[in-house]
Design a protein around this ligand. Structure first.
Ligand code: SAJ
Length: 423
Protein backbone atom coordinates (compact mmCIF):
# COMPACT_ATOMS: atom_id res chain seq x y z
CA UNK A 1 0.00 0.00 0.00
CA UNK A 2 1.40 3.39 -0.92
CA UNK A 3 1.86 5.53 2.15
CA UNK A 4 0.35 8.99 2.35
CA UNK A 5 3.27 11.00 3.72
CA UNK A 6 3.52 14.44 2.21
CA UNK A 7 7.13 14.18 0.97
CA UNK A 8 9.35 11.33 -0.16
CA UNK A 9 12.49 12.93 1.22
CA UNK A 10 13.10 15.66 3.79
CA UNK A 11 16.66 17.00 3.76
CA UNK A 12 17.52 18.77 7.00
CA UNK A 13 20.07 21.54 6.43
CA UNK A 14 20.30 23.30 3.06
CA UNK A 15 24.03 23.94 3.14
CA UNK A 16 26.72 22.88 0.75
CA UNK A 17 25.82 19.17 1.03
CA UNK A 18 22.12 19.29 1.91
CA UNK A 19 21.02 21.43 -1.02
CA UNK A 20 22.75 19.46 -3.80
CA UNK A 21 21.58 16.19 -2.21
CA UNK A 22 17.99 17.48 -2.07
CA UNK A 23 18.24 18.54 -5.71
CA UNK A 24 19.51 15.18 -6.89
CA UNK A 25 16.63 13.41 -5.14
CA UNK A 26 14.23 15.93 -6.69
CA UNK A 27 15.76 15.41 -10.14
CA UNK A 28 15.37 11.65 -9.75
CA UNK A 29 11.60 12.08 -9.43
CA UNK A 30 11.16 12.32 -5.66
CA UNK A 31 9.07 14.96 -3.94
CA UNK A 32 11.57 16.71 -1.70
CA UNK A 33 11.33 19.09 1.23
CA UNK A 34 14.45 21.06 2.06
CA UNK A 35 14.16 22.15 5.68
CA UNK A 36 16.50 24.70 7.24
CA UNK A 37 16.14 26.73 10.44
CA UNK A 38 17.61 29.79 8.71
CA UNK A 39 14.88 31.90 7.11
CA UNK A 40 17.58 33.64 5.08
CA UNK A 41 18.87 30.34 3.61
CA UNK A 42 15.33 29.19 2.83
CA UNK A 43 14.56 32.50 1.12
CA UNK A 44 17.74 32.29 -0.96
CA UNK A 45 16.85 28.75 -2.03
CA UNK A 46 13.31 29.82 -2.91
CA UNK A 47 14.74 32.70 -4.94
CA UNK A 48 17.03 30.28 -6.77
CA UNK A 49 20.07 32.16 -5.52
CA UNK A 50 21.94 29.59 -3.48
CA UNK A 51 25.22 27.97 -4.51
CA UNK A 52 26.27 30.34 -7.29
CA UNK A 53 29.89 29.24 -7.39
CA UNK A 54 29.25 25.49 -7.48
CA UNK A 55 29.16 24.23 -11.09
CA UNK A 56 25.60 23.55 -12.40
CA UNK A 57 23.98 23.88 -8.96
CA UNK A 58 22.01 27.03 -9.63
CA UNK A 59 20.67 25.72 -12.94
CA UNK A 60 19.44 22.54 -11.24
CA UNK A 61 17.94 24.55 -8.38
CA UNK A 62 15.97 26.70 -10.80
CA UNK A 63 14.76 23.61 -12.68
CA UNK A 64 13.56 21.86 -9.49
CA UNK A 65 11.82 25.00 -8.22
CA UNK A 66 10.09 25.44 -11.56
CA UNK A 67 8.76 21.87 -11.76
CA UNK A 68 7.83 21.88 -8.06
CA UNK A 69 9.95 18.84 -7.12
CA UNK A 70 11.74 20.85 -4.40
CA UNK A 71 10.07 22.86 -1.66
CA UNK A 72 12.11 24.84 0.86
CA UNK A 73 10.75 25.65 4.29
CA UNK A 74 11.72 26.60 7.84
CA UNK A 75 9.44 23.84 9.16
CA UNK A 76 9.83 20.08 8.76
CA UNK A 77 6.98 17.84 7.60
CA UNK A 78 6.05 14.19 7.11
CA UNK A 79 8.42 12.29 4.82
CA UNK A 80 9.57 8.71 4.17
CA UNK A 81 13.27 9.50 4.41
CA UNK A 82 15.03 12.10 6.54
CA UNK A 83 18.58 13.10 5.68
CA UNK A 84 20.44 15.07 8.33
CA UNK A 85 23.10 17.27 6.70
CA UNK A 86 23.76 19.99 9.26
CA UNK A 87 27.15 21.36 10.36
CA UNK A 88 29.25 19.69 13.04
CA UNK A 89 31.87 22.32 13.87
CA UNK A 90 34.22 22.12 16.80
CA UNK A 91 34.06 24.20 19.95
CA UNK A 92 36.94 26.36 21.20
CA UNK A 93 38.44 23.42 23.06
CA UNK A 94 38.42 21.43 19.78
CA UNK A 95 35.61 19.18 21.05
CA UNK A 96 32.96 18.37 18.41
CA UNK A 97 29.81 20.47 18.64
CA UNK A 98 26.93 18.05 18.04
CA UNK A 99 24.22 20.52 19.05
CA UNK A 100 23.07 21.13 15.44
CA UNK A 101 22.62 17.39 14.85
CA UNK A 102 20.82 17.05 18.16
CA UNK A 103 18.40 19.91 17.56
CA UNK A 104 17.88 18.97 13.89
CA UNK A 105 16.80 15.49 14.89
CA UNK A 106 14.64 16.77 17.74
CA UNK A 107 12.84 18.97 15.20
CA UNK A 108 11.99 16.08 12.84
CA UNK A 109 11.31 13.43 15.49
CA UNK A 110 7.61 14.37 15.91
CA UNK A 111 7.10 13.61 12.19
CA UNK A 112 8.75 10.19 12.22
CA UNK A 113 6.51 7.14 11.95
CA UNK A 114 7.03 3.40 11.62
CA UNK A 115 8.52 2.60 8.22
CA UNK A 116 10.50 5.85 7.91
CA UNK A 117 14.26 5.94 7.35
CA UNK A 118 16.78 8.36 8.85
CA UNK A 119 20.27 8.98 7.52
CA UNK A 120 22.92 11.04 9.26
CA UNK A 121 25.38 12.52 6.73
CA UNK A 122 27.13 15.13 8.89
CA UNK A 123 30.72 14.30 9.86
CA UNK A 124 30.41 12.97 13.40
CA UNK A 125 32.43 11.23 16.11
CA UNK A 126 32.18 7.44 16.26
CA UNK A 127 28.99 6.41 18.07
CA UNK A 128 26.98 9.49 17.07
CA UNK A 129 24.32 7.73 14.98
CA UNK A 130 23.45 5.52 17.91
CA UNK A 131 23.62 8.35 20.44
CA UNK A 132 21.87 11.14 18.53
CA UNK A 133 19.45 9.18 16.31
CA UNK A 134 18.80 5.69 17.71
CA UNK A 135 18.56 6.66 21.39
CA UNK A 136 15.96 9.43 20.90
CA UNK A 137 14.00 7.07 18.61
CA UNK A 138 14.08 4.32 21.25
CA UNK A 139 12.92 6.81 23.90
CA UNK A 140 9.86 7.46 21.75
CA UNK A 141 9.12 3.73 21.63
CA UNK A 142 10.54 2.90 18.19
CA UNK A 143 12.84 -0.04 17.49
CA UNK A 144 15.69 1.54 15.47
CA UNK A 145 16.73 -0.76 12.65
CA UNK A 146 13.44 -2.66 12.82
CA UNK A 147 10.56 -0.21 12.52
CA UNK A 148 12.54 2.96 11.76
CA UNK A 149 15.57 2.38 9.54
CA UNK A 150 18.73 4.22 10.49
CA UNK A 151 22.11 4.65 8.82
CA UNK A 152 25.19 6.82 8.76
CA UNK A 153 26.24 7.67 5.21
CA UNK A 154 29.02 10.23 4.97
CA UNK A 155 29.24 12.72 2.17
CA UNK A 156 32.65 12.59 0.49
CA UNK A 157 32.37 15.28 -2.12
CA UNK A 158 34.92 17.91 -3.03
CA UNK A 159 33.65 21.51 -2.86
CA UNK A 160 33.93 22.91 -6.37
CA UNK A 161 32.85 19.60 -7.93
CA UNK A 162 29.95 18.62 -5.66
CA UNK A 163 27.21 17.64 -8.10
CA UNK A 164 29.55 15.46 -10.12
CA UNK A 165 31.06 13.75 -7.07
CA UNK A 166 27.68 13.16 -5.37
CA UNK A 167 26.73 11.10 -8.39
CA UNK A 168 30.02 9.42 -9.27
CA UNK A 169 31.81 8.82 -5.93
CA UNK A 170 31.46 5.51 -4.13
CA UNK A 171 29.22 5.74 -1.09
CA UNK A 172 29.28 3.99 2.29
CA UNK A 173 25.99 3.12 3.97
CA UNK A 174 26.53 2.23 7.62
CA UNK A 175 23.23 0.82 8.79
CA UNK A 176 22.22 -0.09 12.31
CA UNK A 177 20.66 -3.22 10.75
CA UNK A 178 20.83 -5.07 7.43
CA UNK A 179 17.34 -3.85 6.59
CA UNK A 180 18.45 -0.25 7.25
CA UNK A 181 21.30 -0.65 4.73
CA UNK A 182 18.97 -2.09 2.11
CA UNK A 183 16.27 0.57 2.54
CA UNK A 184 18.72 3.46 2.47
CA UNK A 185 20.55 2.07 -0.57
CA UNK A 186 17.26 2.05 -2.50
CA UNK A 187 17.14 5.83 -2.15
CA UNK A 188 20.77 6.65 -2.93
CA UNK A 189 20.65 4.25 -5.90
CA UNK A 190 18.34 6.77 -7.55
CA UNK A 191 21.28 9.04 -8.37
CA UNK A 192 24.54 7.44 -7.19
CA UNK A 193 26.50 5.83 -10.03
CA UNK A 194 29.46 4.79 -7.84
CA UNK A 195 29.46 1.63 -5.70
CA UNK A 196 27.34 1.62 -2.54
CA UNK A 197 29.11 -0.35 0.20
CA UNK A 198 27.37 -1.65 3.34
CA UNK A 199 28.83 -1.58 6.83
CA UNK A 200 27.69 -0.68 10.36
CA UNK A 201 27.19 2.91 11.54
CA UNK A 202 30.30 3.10 13.76
CA UNK A 203 32.57 1.86 10.96
CA UNK A 204 31.08 4.36 8.50
CA UNK A 205 31.63 7.21 10.98
CA UNK A 206 35.23 6.09 11.49
CA UNK A 207 35.79 5.91 7.70
CA UNK A 208 34.74 9.51 7.16
CA UNK A 209 37.03 10.84 9.89
CA UNK A 210 39.91 8.63 8.77
CA UNK A 211 39.68 9.80 5.15
CA UNK A 212 40.02 13.45 6.09
CA UNK A 213 42.72 12.79 8.69
CA UNK A 214 44.64 10.81 6.07
CA UNK A 215 44.63 13.80 3.72
CA UNK A 216 45.58 16.19 6.51
CA UNK A 217 48.56 14.03 7.51
CA UNK A 218 49.71 13.85 3.90
CA UNK A 219 49.43 17.62 3.42
CA UNK A 220 51.36 18.09 6.68
CA UNK A 221 54.13 15.93 5.25
CA UNK A 222 54.30 18.18 2.18
CA UNK A 223 54.36 21.28 4.39
CA UNK A 224 57.10 19.87 6.60
CA UNK A 225 59.09 19.07 3.49
CA UNK A 226 58.61 22.69 2.35
CA UNK A 227 60.01 23.98 5.63
CA UNK A 228 63.05 21.68 5.34
CA UNK A 229 63.65 22.64 1.72
CA UNK A 230 63.46 26.32 2.54
CA UNK A 231 66.02 25.87 5.30
CA UNK A 232 68.23 23.82 2.98
CA UNK A 233 68.06 26.39 0.20
CA UNK A 234 66.36 24.07 -2.27
CA UNK A 235 63.01 24.25 -4.03
CA UNK A 236 60.32 22.09 -2.37
CA UNK A 237 58.18 22.09 -5.51
CA UNK A 238 61.04 20.69 -7.55
CA UNK A 239 61.69 18.08 -4.84
CA UNK A 240 57.99 17.15 -4.80
CA UNK A 241 57.86 16.83 -8.58
CA UNK A 242 60.99 14.69 -8.78
CA UNK A 243 60.10 12.47 -5.77
CA UNK A 244 56.72 11.78 -7.35
CA UNK A 245 58.49 10.17 -10.30
CA UNK A 246 59.16 7.29 -7.89
CA UNK A 247 56.53 4.61 -8.50
CA UNK A 248 55.49 4.44 -4.82
CA UNK A 249 55.78 8.09 -3.77
CA UNK A 250 52.97 10.63 -4.12
CA UNK A 251 53.65 13.77 -2.10
CA UNK A 252 50.83 16.31 -1.98
CA UNK A 253 51.24 20.04 -2.49
CA UNK A 254 52.74 22.30 0.18
CA UNK A 255 51.01 25.62 0.70
CA UNK A 256 49.94 28.30 3.17
CA UNK A 257 48.07 25.75 5.33
CA UNK A 258 44.87 23.75 5.38
CA UNK A 259 41.49 25.46 5.45
CA UNK A 260 37.84 24.64 4.93
CA UNK A 261 35.42 23.23 7.43
CA UNK A 262 36.35 19.59 6.81
CA UNK A 263 40.04 18.73 6.81
CA UNK A 264 40.95 21.56 9.18
CA UNK A 265 38.27 20.37 11.63
CA UNK A 266 37.54 16.65 11.38
CA UNK A 267 40.90 15.26 12.56
CA UNK A 268 40.29 17.01 15.90
CA UNK A 269 37.22 14.76 16.36
CA UNK A 270 39.58 11.78 16.36
CA UNK A 271 42.06 13.51 18.68
CA UNK A 272 39.26 14.39 21.05
CA UNK A 273 37.89 10.81 21.10
CA UNK A 274 41.26 9.00 21.15
CA UNK A 275 43.84 11.38 22.66
CA UNK A 276 46.41 8.68 23.39
CA UNK A 277 46.28 7.10 19.94
CA UNK A 278 46.42 10.20 17.75
CA UNK A 279 49.90 11.68 18.13
CA UNK A 280 50.57 11.71 14.39
CA UNK A 281 47.14 13.16 13.58
CA UNK A 282 47.42 15.88 16.25
CA UNK A 283 50.96 16.80 15.17
CA UNK A 284 49.87 16.99 11.53
CA UNK A 285 47.05 19.37 12.48
CA UNK A 286 49.57 21.55 14.28
CA UNK A 287 52.04 21.43 11.36
CA UNK A 288 49.32 22.57 8.95
CA UNK A 289 48.12 25.22 11.39
CA UNK A 290 51.68 26.56 11.64
CA UNK A 291 51.87 27.40 7.93
CA UNK A 292 50.18 30.83 7.95
CA UNK A 293 52.69 32.09 10.52
CA UNK A 294 55.53 30.47 8.55
CA UNK A 295 54.42 32.32 5.39
CA UNK A 296 53.76 35.61 7.20
CA UNK A 297 57.20 35.55 8.82
CA UNK A 298 58.86 34.98 5.48
CA UNK A 299 56.91 37.88 3.98
CA UNK A 300 57.93 40.09 6.91
CA UNK A 301 61.56 39.05 6.49
CA UNK A 302 61.52 39.88 2.77
CA UNK A 303 59.90 43.31 3.24
CA UNK A 304 61.45 44.16 6.60
CA UNK A 305 59.43 47.36 7.02
CA UNK A 306 55.92 47.31 8.45
CA UNK A 307 54.99 50.63 6.82
CA UNK A 308 54.76 48.79 3.48
CA UNK A 309 51.60 47.80 1.62
CA UNK A 310 50.93 44.14 0.79
CA UNK A 311 48.40 42.99 -1.83
CA UNK A 312 46.95 39.52 -1.46
CA UNK A 313 45.27 37.82 -4.41
CA UNK A 314 42.88 35.05 -3.31
CA UNK A 315 41.48 34.70 0.19
CA UNK A 316 39.36 31.54 0.02
CA UNK A 317 40.48 28.26 1.61
CA UNK A 318 41.35 26.76 -1.77
CA UNK A 319 41.12 27.63 -5.47
CA UNK A 320 37.87 28.19 -7.34
CA UNK A 321 35.50 28.11 -4.34
CA UNK A 322 33.86 31.06 -2.54
CA UNK A 323 34.34 29.60 0.94
CA UNK A 324 36.63 31.44 3.38
CA UNK A 325 36.02 29.27 6.44
CA UNK A 326 39.29 28.47 8.25
CA UNK A 327 41.13 30.01 5.29
CA UNK A 328 44.88 30.04 6.01
CA UNK A 329 45.25 33.09 3.76
CA UNK A 330 42.91 35.07 6.00
CA UNK A 331 45.19 34.14 8.88
CA UNK A 332 48.24 35.38 6.96
CA UNK A 333 46.44 38.69 6.35
CA UNK A 334 45.54 38.94 10.03
CA UNK A 335 49.12 38.27 11.21
CA UNK A 336 50.53 40.84 8.78
CA UNK A 337 47.97 43.47 9.82
CA UNK A 338 48.82 42.82 13.46
CA UNK A 339 52.47 43.46 12.62
CA UNK A 340 51.39 46.84 11.21
CA UNK A 341 51.35 46.21 7.46
CA UNK A 342 48.63 47.65 5.27
CA UNK A 343 47.02 44.61 3.66
CA UNK A 344 44.76 44.88 0.62
CA UNK A 345 42.85 41.86 -0.64
CA UNK A 346 41.39 40.99 -4.01
CA UNK A 347 39.28 37.88 -4.53
CA UNK A 348 36.81 37.77 -7.42
CA UNK A 349 34.91 34.86 -5.83
CA UNK A 350 34.22 36.56 -2.50
CA UNK A 351 31.63 39.31 -2.07
CA UNK A 352 33.22 42.80 -2.17
CA UNK A 353 33.42 44.62 1.12
CA UNK A 354 33.90 41.49 3.15
CA UNK A 355 37.46 41.19 4.43
CA UNK A 356 38.29 44.57 2.81
CA UNK A 357 38.05 42.93 -0.59
CA UNK A 358 38.78 45.50 -3.31
CA UNK A 359 39.04 45.38 -7.07
CA UNK A 360 42.34 44.32 -8.57
CA UNK A 361 43.68 47.77 -9.43
CA UNK A 362 42.87 49.31 -6.05
CA UNK A 363 44.43 46.29 -4.40
CA UNK A 364 47.68 46.58 -6.35
CA UNK A 365 48.02 50.36 -6.45
CA UNK A 366 51.28 51.49 -4.81
CA UNK A 367 51.81 48.08 -3.30
CA UNK A 368 55.17 46.75 -2.17
CA UNK A 369 54.43 43.05 -2.48
CA UNK A 370 52.00 40.86 -4.40
CA UNK A 371 51.14 37.70 -2.44
CA UNK A 372 49.49 34.83 -4.31
CA UNK A 373 47.26 33.40 -1.60
CA UNK A 374 45.03 31.17 -3.71
CA UNK A 375 45.58 29.94 -7.26
CA UNK A 376 42.11 30.67 -8.68
CA UNK A 377 41.70 29.94 -12.39
CA UNK A 378 40.55 33.56 -12.65
CA UNK A 379 44.17 34.66 -12.02
CA UNK A 380 45.54 32.63 -14.94
CA UNK A 381 45.59 35.60 -17.26
CA UNK A 382 47.12 38.02 -14.78
CA UNK A 383 48.94 40.66 -16.82
CA UNK A 384 52.31 40.92 -15.06
CA UNK A 385 53.30 44.05 -17.01
CA UNK A 386 50.16 45.81 -15.80
CA UNK A 387 50.69 44.57 -12.25
CA UNK A 388 54.26 45.90 -12.49
CA UNK A 389 53.06 49.33 -13.58
CA UNK A 390 50.67 49.64 -10.62
CA UNK A 391 52.98 48.48 -7.83
CA UNK A 392 55.53 50.63 -5.99
CA UNK A 393 58.01 47.84 -5.17
CA UNK A 394 58.11 44.92 -7.56
CA UNK A 395 58.11 41.84 -5.36
CA UNK A 396 56.01 38.66 -5.61
CA UNK A 397 55.55 36.09 -2.83
CA UNK A 398 53.84 32.98 -4.15
CA UNK A 399 52.35 30.47 -1.66
CA UNK A 400 51.11 28.11 -4.40
CA UNK A 401 53.82 27.90 -7.07
CA UNK A 402 51.34 29.60 -9.36
CA UNK A 403 53.39 32.24 -11.15
CA UNK A 404 56.21 31.13 -13.40
CA UNK A 405 59.48 32.39 -11.93
CA UNK A 406 61.04 33.08 -15.34
CA UNK A 407 57.99 35.09 -16.44
CA UNK A 408 58.03 37.05 -13.18
CA UNK A 409 61.74 37.83 -13.49
CA UNK A 410 61.28 38.76 -17.16
CA UNK A 411 58.59 41.25 -16.12
CA UNK A 412 61.05 42.78 -13.65
CA UNK A 413 59.83 41.23 -10.37
CA UNK A 414 61.83 39.75 -7.54
CA UNK A 415 60.09 36.39 -7.06
CA UNK A 416 59.88 34.44 -3.79
CA UNK A 417 58.20 31.04 -3.42
CA UNK A 418 56.94 29.37 -0.23
CA UNK A 419 59.20 26.39 0.44
CA UNK A 420 62.04 27.65 -1.67
CA UNK A 421 65.24 28.72 -0.01
CA UNK A 422 66.36 31.52 -2.28
CA UNK A 423 64.88 34.32 -4.37
N1 SAJ B 1 45.62 21.44 0.26
C1 SAJ B 1 47.00 21.58 0.26
N2 SAJ B 1 47.74 20.71 -0.50
C2 SAJ B 1 47.17 19.75 -1.27
C3 SAJ B 1 45.78 19.61 -1.26
C4 SAJ B 1 45.02 20.48 -0.47
O1 SAJ B 1 47.56 22.44 0.94
O2 SAJ B 1 47.92 19.03 -1.97
C5 SAJ B 1 44.80 22.35 1.08
C6 SAJ B 1 43.81 23.18 0.26
O3 SAJ B 1 44.39 24.36 -0.23
C7 SAJ B 1 42.73 23.44 1.30
C8 SAJ B 1 42.75 22.19 2.17
O4 SAJ B 1 43.99 21.55 1.91
O5 SAJ B 1 43.06 24.55 2.12
C9 SAJ B 1 41.61 21.21 1.95
O6 SAJ B 1 41.31 21.10 0.57
P1 SAJ B 1 40.96 19.71 -0.14
O7 SAJ B 1 40.69 20.01 -1.57
O8 SAJ B 1 42.00 18.71 0.13
O9 SAJ B 1 39.67 19.18 0.62
P2 SAJ B 1 38.25 19.80 1.04
O10 SAJ B 1 38.34 20.25 2.46
O11 SAJ B 1 37.75 20.78 0.06
O12 SAJ B 1 37.34 18.47 0.94
C10 SAJ B 1 37.69 17.36 1.74
C11 SAJ B 1 37.74 16.11 0.84
N3 SAJ B 1 38.32 14.99 1.60
C12 SAJ B 1 39.31 14.22 1.08
O13 SAJ B 1 39.81 14.43 -0.01
C13 SAJ B 1 39.77 13.07 1.91
C14 SAJ B 1 36.31 15.75 0.38
O14 SAJ B 1 36.32 14.51 -0.34
C15 SAJ B 1 35.38 15.64 1.60
O15 SAJ B 1 34.05 15.33 1.20
C16 SAJ B 1 35.38 16.98 2.30
O16 SAJ B 1 36.71 17.23 2.77
C17 SAJ B 1 34.40 16.91 3.47
O17 SAJ B 1 33.28 17.42 3.31
O18 SAJ B 1 34.70 16.28 4.47
Amino acid sequence: MKNMRKYDVCVVGLGYIGLPTALLFAKSGKKVLGYDISADTVQKVRNGEQGKNEPNLNELLKECLKNGSLTADTKPDFADLYIIAVPTPFKNDKEPDMSYVQSAFEAVLPYIEKGCSVVLESTSPVGSTVKYICEPLAKKGFKPGEDVFVAYSPERVLPGNILFELVHNNRIVGGVSEESCLRVKEYYKLFVKGDIEFTDANTAEMCKLTENAYRDVNIAFANEMAKMCQAAGVNAWEVQKLCNKHPRVNILMPGPGVGGHCIAVDPWFLVSSFPEATRLIATSRNVNDSMPLFAAEQIDKILGDTSRKISILGITYKPDVDDVRESPVLKIAEILRQKGYEVAIHDPLVAPGKYANTDLEVCLQDSDMLVIGVNHKAFKNLDLQKVFSLMRTKVIYDTRNFIDRTEANKAGFAYYLLGCGSE
